[in-house]
Design a protein around this ligand. Structure first.
Ligand code: ZN
Length: 494
């Protein structure tokens, strides 16, 4: 953040000269502070609290199952509770079990599964981990996790100013009583059929490459038992329905909580508490208008409200508007984004075209390492061969610091792909054919055959055909006089 500070102060030094020449300039700039974009709090500077956070229930030592309960629950939110809820978390290295992280993040296992699907974690399962007779899902992420954010992701650190430790900035004597109500979903039960569907997991040994699941013996047994239990349940249920003692009606299932906003009384999944209305360097020093006045720094309401009541501004890192917003808030509305040069560390917008290129190059590299040829790759991913060759020449090779495909494979510790022509050359050499005869037989040029032979000799560190054949465990050639050799081979060709 020192860099942002330098940039702001350097830009301010230039603007100050302008202000000294024109006295109305400062008033014009201060008038920008009346705009809503400056007065609305920004999401990265807010503490959020999720209504369905299971850690709240754990904190008060309540039971987790509230099925059937109706009414409002009062929650005394204190600074201690808030600090616990906003504390950033991290997975262990090399992994944490999903169950343990779900407990720490206050989320259900199903929620963890859907978060992992969005690419927040690397997720896999380990068979029999910790003696559990099943596949135990484990997750890993190298980033700090924000338990209250949608994808558990913190905003860009330029916004953050150590946002990761917002929990330490909780007002020490904060106290507010919030209300939440249980949330129910309704559904009509229907009989389940067949065995349990297993989640697709590329690391599991039970999944074949063709996408088929091969269950273990104990899983098959379990499936049979489950099928019998289900069958019995639905038979009993049908009996009761026939007798008229049971009516099919939608089941109401408890699925978390919703806050009631203290101001607008509407329900919301999350409530927010802004910690700073604006986080600015004091460029004007003591000349700054009084905080809370019309052109002074704005203040915020120090209590949890919904995003609509706080008029929260959500920011995305990846557009130029955000740089403008960051500069505006960091300079107290006195500078514009265009007046401060944008540093290289600030994320730039990535167009859809650039993203497509990145994806194409990643796919090309992946397939190259699998040993596919450029022609095959071009046909399979439906891209022009020329484009792929240019990607290789201008991006992939320079990035790896190599100049050829062979060097790239060597750099990635991948064995070179088998060459079918080279194998044919070797087998014809073993039959005693000369270079020109091999070229004729394979319908390739003489120089192509010599190139293959050079490569074969180099691979085997051989200096003669006899050594080469011995290296490949092929029978040695019988000794023939030059006349016999040529004549015999040529005759055989005819
Ligand atoms: Zn509200």
């Amino acid at each position: 953040m020192e860099e942002l500070q330098d940039l702001i102060f350097n830009a301010w030094a230039r603007v100050e000269q302008k202000i000294a020449q024109d006295p109305t300039e400062l008033d014009r700039r201060l008038a920008l502070r009346k705009r809503p974009v400056f007065r609305r709090p920004i999401r990265p500077w807010c503490l959020a609290i999720r209504a369905s956070d299971r850690r709240i229930t754990q904190y008060f030592g309540w039971h987790e199952n509230w099925q059937g309960w109706e009414g409002r629950q009062d929650i005394d939110v204190t600074a201690k509770l808030l600090r616990q809820l906003a504390m950033p978390l991290q997975t262990d290295r090399p992994y944490s079990t999903e169950k343990e992280m779900a407990h720490k993040l206050g989320r259900s296992r199903a929620a963890m599964w859907s978060i992992a699907k969005r690419g927040v974690f690397q997720r896999r399962s380990i068979h029999l981990l910790g003696g559990v007779k099943s596949h135990v899902p484990v997750i890993y992420s190298k980033h700090l996790l924000d338990p209250c954010a949608k994808k558990l992701a913190f905003p860009h650190w330029a916004w953050a100013t150590q946002h990761a430790w917002l929990c330490e900035r909780v007002p020490p004597h904060f106290e507010q009583t919030l209300q939440r109500i249980p949330r129910y979903i309704e559904f009509v039960p229907h009989p389940l059929t067949g065995p349990r569907r297993r989640p697709r997991d590329p690391f599991s040994r039970n999944w074949t490459q063709d996408g088929d699941y091969i269950p273990d013996n104990w899983e098959l047994k379990r499936d049979q038992i489950n099928a019998r239990v289900r069958e019995r349940y639905w038979e009993n249920r049908q009996e009761l329905l026939d007798l008229g003692t049971l009516k099919t009606r939608p089941l109401r299932t408890f699925c978390g909580w919703l806050w009631i906003c203290p101001r607008c009384e509407k329900v919301a999944a999350k409530l927010y508490l802004p910690l700073f209305a604006v986080k600015a360097f004091r460029l004007l020093g003591d000349r700054d208008p009084v905080i809370g006045s019309e052109t002074g720094m704005p203040t915020f309401e120090e209590r949890f409200l919904c995003s609509r009541c706080h008029h929260l501004q959500y920011v995305r890192n990846r557009n130029s508007v955000t740089w403008n917003l960051l500069v505006m808030h960091a300079s107290g509305g006195l500078l514009r984004g265009s007046e401060v040069p944008r540093p290289s560390w600030f994320p730039r917008a990535t167009s859809a075209r650039t993203k497509r290129r990145i994806v194409r190059r990643e796919e090309l590299l992946r397939r190259l390492l699998l040993g596919q040829s450029i022609v095959t790759i071009a046909r399979e991913i439906d891209e022009p061969e020329q484009t792929l060759r240019r990607d290789l020449r201008l991006h992939i090779y320079p990035a790896a610091g190599v100049k050829t495909r062979r060097a790239l494979l060597r750099a990635c510790n991948v064995p070179p792909p088998p060459n079918p022509t080279r194998a044919k050359v070797l087998s014809l050499m073993a039959q005693g054919l000369r270079t020109r005869q091999i070229a004729h037989r394979l319908d390739v040029t003489f120089h192509a055959v010599t190139a293959h032979q050079r490569a074969l000799y180099r691979q085997a560190s051989a200096h003669s055909r006899r050594d080469l054949l011995r290296f490949h465990n092929l029978p040695p050639l019988p000794y023939l006089t030059p006349a016999e050799h040529t004549g015999g081979a040529m005759r055989s060709r005819r």
